[in-house]
Design a protein around this ligand. Sequence first.
Ligand SMILES: NC(=O)c1ccc[n+]([C@@H]2O[C@H](COP(=O)([O-])OP(=O)(O)OC[C@H]3O[C@@H](n4cnc5c(N)ncnc54)[C@H](OP(=O)(O)O)[C@@H]3O)[C@@H](O)[C@H]2O)c1
Length: 247
Amino acid sequence: MESRVVLVTGGSRGIGRAVALRFAEKGSKLLVNFFQDREAAEKTARDAADRGVEAIAFQADVKDPEQIRGMFREVQGRFGRLDVLVHNAASGVLRQTLELTAKHWDWVMATNARSLLLCAREAAGAMTNGGRIVSLSSLGSDRVIPQYAAIGVSKAALESLTRYLAAELAPRGITVNAVSAGAVPTEIWNLIPDGQTILEKIRERTPSARLLTPEDVAEIVYFLASPQAHMIQGQVVVVDGGYSLVA
Ligand SMILES: NC(=O)c1ccc[n+]([C@@H]2O[C@H](COP(=O)([O-])OP(=O)(O)OC[C@H]3O[C@@H](n4cnc5c(N)ncnc54)[C@H](OP(=O)(O)O)[C@@H]3O)[C@@H](O)[C@H]2O)c1
């Protein structure tokens, strides 16, 4: 069993929850960050603790630089260091590109992309013996998905920032990578108009003949955070069952 200290942003539900539990199974201590859903975050932390590790839920809005600093103060105070940052929290506005307002743009960019910069700076300061930063991206970063411009652009920024951070942090033994997932049927899909129909169409055209699970994605995040992945730097690993291969 390992005893790494891991912070998962947006760890309350969906992919973040699966990532938190994957690390917990291996003995990592956890800070499970959330924004609004305290009950879900506390359940994730309890389920992690049931696997024999120390785990706490911590509220912080990753759009807010001061709340990010507070979250990392909590990590330092409680665990004394950080080994792995999983930058998973995300939010979005689904609109035609020209219908996006400045407020929509700023909200999505701050939640999904700027937060990586701010969290990575704090994380790098807390990684005393090298470390791992893994972010969640999506296929919309370099493909056009209807109504997805705000999120797609924020994920493109996240992927680019991943490369810059990787080059700067590599000499300190810190790797920075991203996992770009295909569609994963998490709660967010219930809020998307026709979400279930779209998921079924995605399943039909996925060469691997099924949709991804949060656990499929968590496994790749876990690998990129492993010692074995120490020479993988600044990469975006696509996990989509072959969906994006098909013309
Ligand atoms: N689901 C997919 O099909 C899919 C595909 C590709 C990539 N991804 C990426 O994978 C990641 C997780 O996706 P998901 O479907 O699991 O998401 P989700 O179910 O919508 O959960 C989002 C998580 O982010 C947290 N969050 C949102 N805004 C936040 C903020 N301002 N500060 C802190 N936390 C915040 C939420 O916290 P609360 O619960 O407290 O609100 C929640 O834990 C995202 O980066 C997403 O873009 C998802």
